[in-house]
Design a protein around this ligand. Structure first.
Ligand code: C2E
Ligand code: MG
Ligand code: MG
Length: 749
């Protein structure tokens, strides 16, 4: 483009140059012609006129000399002939030079007239008797004749001068035209020089820019190639050779770096020019990323190749870390969700089984985190050993939870598989030379795929279903198998609502306390009461603490609820005492979270101070698992509470795994035998034996015993014989609202 423009300018300059030269040559020619004419014609003409004047003056002088005898007749004659000859010659010459013939003719006539006058004078003076008067008269005529000739010559001279002036003007104008042309041309040349200079600089700059751009490819650490339409390589940068060398391929054959189906990619890139085409391929051990750009203007391809092997490996590593459990090598819960999502999409039928290793908490407490993880790895290995890889996949869901997905799934199959797993779990595992016995809780859900539903949500729902079936098993003590049913789903849905509503239960004053009497076994007298919380829900009515306390515990709302219960129980008991009733103790249940909080002693003090209840009228119920968590801290805490005069009792005793011997360490006042052992009394001999042992050992440790859930006289009688100190149960009273309890209270005293 730029070059073409410069070519045009060059041609223009050439054409103008030629035109200017031609013009100057013609102008020069005309100036020269004028000069030539001036030298050849006009200059001699004025000389001749001058000469003629001289001859005329000679003639006149000769006539006067002849008249005055100063010249002789012969000399006069000779001189006259000479003059005549000169005049003739000059006039002949003039005739050639002068433009106006008229003037020459007039000159000749006047010269002849002068000549005739000369003849007449000569004749008069040469006669024998000279007539001097006549001669004088003739001589007097000479002067006018000469003047006439002079005027003719002056006219001729003037005409010549005019012609010379005209010629002079002509050549002056020619010269000034020439000067104008030369100046114009010079300006043009100057302009062109400027223009060309400007563009030459631009071209040089462009060239440099191009060289600089070319360095991009040259110095690029990744291979860059230029390919023709049929795929032949027309340029390859130095990095191409380096990559070929790394692959042990011949250095000059850059085409070897391209995949076999390159032509296909080129065709695609040409079809879709708007965007670059990118793809990956493997060559030897390397993974290469190739980007193809089609340059329509040049009908060629630019190909950029990048070695992405390291990146891919890192990505694979990351993917592994993201989707596999490093301890067991099993796929994790994220992989599970992906796999299930795909299965839902493909409408595959299967069973999801949530498998949880029981007793994890206990093992953790006695062995610590590292050994517990070691144990869980062994559990995982054992589960994996029995797997049929074509039909089953085992995932580590997290912690002590595993998920087994079986294809295809049916209930009978799931049940068989569960029984098998429960069986294998019975054999002990060895960790750190210890024998660990554990069981499994298994919950199964059958996969359902509803058309049009979101696979991720469906997958999540299936996991949730298996988990809630498993939780049911765990709540019932573990070592069992359950299949998910719809009722469980409803309970879970309610839980969500419960969480939201529970947040406002305290402030909305929806919580209230019921009180259940504790009665002295021997005398049947009221000796205490247990405060049991109730939730009066706007829509659902009265909700049992068994339902919402675990939810409150999980979400942390138990802290606020627990504080309210403690203060309310103290306030109520104090109110009754102030009303003059016989003082009895009110027992308040503590939650694990409340018990863990460092604030607990302060909260107790606050509740007592606020209500004015004596500390001896307050009892706190804690469970075995709470005290086992961190015995050192717990002993310290219990000491602090007990030092205030508050009573402490161990609730639900016997359901945990600790032995009574352990209890020696803890500063407590009484033990509540769990309802589970009372329920089947006196028929169940085992339960009777356990209750008996608990009472005996408690006595030995100087602890009083309370039996919970006593419903029948037979149970009461038996507990009496065993020596149990106090009784709590429906036999005497259900938990009662404060007003009803007041009536009972009054009646019993
Ligand atoms: P718990 O402390 O063992 O309370 C005794 C439970 O047994 C009460 O159930 C009571 O109604 C029930 N019960 C008493 N006598 C009988 C009987 O003869 N037969 C039968 N079948 N049941 C009987 P409730 O009130 O539903 O409380 C359940 C559990 O909720 C309590 O067990 C306690 O662990 C927890 N809880 C109750 N109130 C509170 C509270 O204020 N704070 C905390 N943290 N937990 C509470
Ligand atoms: Mg209790
Ligand atoms: Mg209890």
């Amino acid at each position: 483009m730029l070059q073409r423009r410069i070519w045009w300018v060059f041609l223009l300059v050439l054409a103008v140059g030629v035109a200017v030269s031609v013009r100057i040559i013609t102008l020069g020619d005309s100036v020269q012609a004028v000069n030539r004419m001036f030298i050849a014609e006009k200059l001699p003409l004025s000389q001749r006129i001058g000469e003629l004047r001289g001859v005329i003056a000679d003639e006149e002088r000769l006539l006067y000399e002849y008249y005055s005898y100063t010249a002789t007749r012969d000399a006069f004659q000779t001189q006259r002939a000479l003059n005549r000859a000169r005049l003739d010659a000059i006039v002949d010459q003039l005739e050639k030079d002068v433009d106006s013939r008229e003037q020459v003719r007039e000159l000749r006539t006047r010269l002849i007239a002068l000549d005739e006058l000369s003849d007449e004078l000569s004749k008069t003076l040469s006669s024998k008797v000279v007539n001097w008067d006549l001669a004088r008269a003739i001589l007097a005529q000479v002067k006018p004749k000469v003047r006439q000739i002079e005027s003719t010559l002056a006219a001729m001279s003037a005409a010549n001068q005019r012609a010379v002036d005209m010629l002079g003007n002509d050549s002056r104008s020619s010269v000034s035209t020439m000067v104008r042309w030369v100046i114009g041309f010079s300006v043009l040349i100057f302009g062109v020089a400027f223009f060309v200079g400007y563009y030459v600089v631009a071209i040089i700059r462009e060239g440099m820019e191009r060289r600089r751009l070319a360095m991009f490819a040259e110095r690029n650490p990744n291979p860059v190639l230029r390919l023709g339409t049929t795929g032949e390589v027309s340029y390859a940068n130095p990095a191409t050779a380096e990559l070929l060398a790394r692959l042990n391929l011949p250095p000059n054959d850059s085409g070897k770096l391209l995949p076999e189906e390159m032509q296909h990619h080129l065709d695609e890139a040409r079809l879709n020019q708007a965007s670059n085409r990118q793809f990956e391929y493997t060559l030897g051990k390397l993974t290469l990323e190739c980007t193809v750009a089609y340059l329509a203007d040049f009908s060629e391809f630019h190909v950029y190749i990048k070695d992405v092997t390291a990146r891919r490996e890192a990505e694979e590593n990351l993917a592994y870390q993201a989707f596999f459990d490093p301890a067991t090598g099993l796929p994790n819960q994220y992989r599970l969700r992906e796999d299930l999502g795909k299965a839902v999409e493909q409408q595959r039928a299967g069973t999801v089984m949530m498998i949880v290793a029981d007793r994890e908490q206990e093992i953790f407490e006695s062995l610590g985190a590292v050994e517990t993880e070691r144990w869980l790895v062994k559990v995982a290995l054992r589960l994996r050993d029995g797997i049929n890889e074509n039909e089953e996949t085992l995932y580590r869901f997290g912690g002590n939870a595993f998920v087994l997905v079986c294809w295809p799934g049916d209930l009978a199959g799931a049940q068989r598989r569960a029984v098998q797993l429960l069986g294998t779990a019975r054999r002990p595992l060895h960790v750190e030379r210890r024998e660990l016995f554990s069981t499994l809780s298994i919950g199964a859900a059958l996969m359902k795929s509803a058309a049009g539903s979101d696979p991720a949500i469906m997958a999540e729902a299936q996991v949730q279903q298996a988990a809630s079936a498993c939780n049911r098993v765990r709540r019932a003590g573990g070592n069992d198998f359950a299949v998910y049913d719809e009722a469980m789903g409803r309970a879970a849905a309610n839980t969500l609502r419960m969480i939201t509503d529970l947040q406002h239960a305290v402030e909305n004053q929806e919580l209230l306390l019921h009180y259940q009497p504790k009665v002295d076994t021997a005398s049947g007298r009221l000796v205490g009461m247990e405060a049991l919380v109730r939730w009066m829900h706007r829509e659902w009515g009265m909700i049992s603490p068994a339902e919402f306390i675990p939810v409150a515990e999980d979400t942390g709302m138990i802290v606020a609820i627990g504080r309210w219960v403690l203060r309310e129980a103290c306030r109520q008991n104090a109110a009754w005492q102030k009303a003059g009733l016989q003082p009895i103790r009110v027992a308040v249940n503590l939650s694990a979270r409340q018990f863990r909080s460092d604030n607990l002693p302060a909260e107790i003090d606050e509740a007592l101070a606020e209500s004015g209840l004596p500390a001896s009228s307050l009892e706190l119920e804690i469970t075995e698992s709470m005290v086992m968590e961190d015995p050192e801290r717990v002993i310290d805490l219990l000491d602090r509470i007990r030092s205030r005069g508050v009573h402490l009792s161990l609730d639900d005793f016997g359901t945990g795994h600790s032995s009574l011997a352990h209890l020696k360490r803890f500063p407590i006042d009484s033990v509540k035998i769990d309802r589970a052992f009372i329920k089947d009394m006196p028929g169940n001999i085992d339960d009777v034996a356990i209750a008996k042992t608990i009472v005996a050992m408690a006595k030995a440790l100087d602890l009083s015993t309370v039996a919970e859930g006593v419903e029948t006289d037979a149970q009461l009688e038996l507990l009496k014989t065993l020596g149990c100190d106090e009784i709590q149960g429906y036999l005497f009273s259900r938990p009662l609202p404060a007003d009803d309890f007041l009536a009972y209270y009054r009646a019993k005293f």
